[in-house]
Design a protein around this ligand. Structure first.
Ligand SMILES: [Zn+2]
Length: 160
C-alpha cells in the first residue's frame, strides 16, 4: 500500500511540470474571424442597413474588433491577413468621388470581446448620399496578447 502511494506521487510530477510549462507559453496565434453576413460581393443600396454577423474565436482570450468600410474606386486589393497591406497604383475614375467610409471599434461601441468565442450582430446604416461604387468591408480582431487578424471582402453600394 505504501509503495503504491509513493509511485502514484511520482507519476504526478511530470503532469504538474508540464502544466507549469504550458502556462508560460505566450499566445502567438492570431484569432479567427468568420463572417456569416454579408457574403463576399454583397450588394447594398444607399440608405439601407448592412447587417454584419461575425464570430470571433481565439485559443486563449479575445480582446477587440474593428469594422471598416471604405471605397475601392481605384481597384486596390488587400494582402492576406498578417501581411503588410499592398495597394495597387491608384486609377482615378472620378476625381471628385470621395466615397463613404465608416469605422466601428470595440472602444467606440463600448463593446470589448471577452472569452474565447464571441458573436456579434452589428447593423451599419449606409447613408442615402453614399457615392455608389465598389467598396471594401474589413473586419479586424485582436486577442489579449495583441495578435491581430483581419479579413477583407468586396461590397457594392448602389444608388436607390
Ligand atoms: Zn480596400
Amino acid at each position: 500500500m505504501k509503495t503504491n502511494r509513493f509511485f502514484s506521487h511520482i507519476a504526478l510530477y511530470p503532469l504538474l511540470l508540464s502544466g507549469l510549462v504550458s502556462c508560460e507559453h505566450a499566445d502567438t496565434a492570431a484569432p479567427t474571424i468568420v463572417l456569416s453576413s454579408p457574403v463576399n460581393d454583397a450588394v447594398v443600396e444607399a440608405g439601407e442597413v448592412l447587417c454584419i454577423q461575425v464570430t470571433f474565436t481565439d485559443d486563449v482570450a479575445l480582446s477587440a474588433y474593428k469594422i471598416n468600410i471604405h471605397p475601392n474606386f481605384n481597384g486596390h486589393s488587400h494582402a492576406p491577413a498578417r501581411q503588410p497591406e499592398r495597394r495597387l497604383p491608384a486609377v482615378v475614375l472620378t476625381p471628385q468621388a470621395t466615397g463613404f467610409e465608416i469605422t466601428l471599434t470595440s472602444a467606440s461601441q463600448n463593446d470589448p470581446l471577452t472569452g474565447r468565442e464571441c458573436f456579434r450582430d452589428i447593423d451599419i446604416d449606409i447613408p442615402e448620399d453614399a457615392t455608389p461604387g465598389n467598396y471594401h468591408l474589413l473586419v479586424y480582431c485582436t486577442d489579449a496578447a495583441g495578435n491581430e487578424a483581419y479579413i477583407a471582402q468586396d461590397l457594392k453600394i448602389l444608388t436607390r
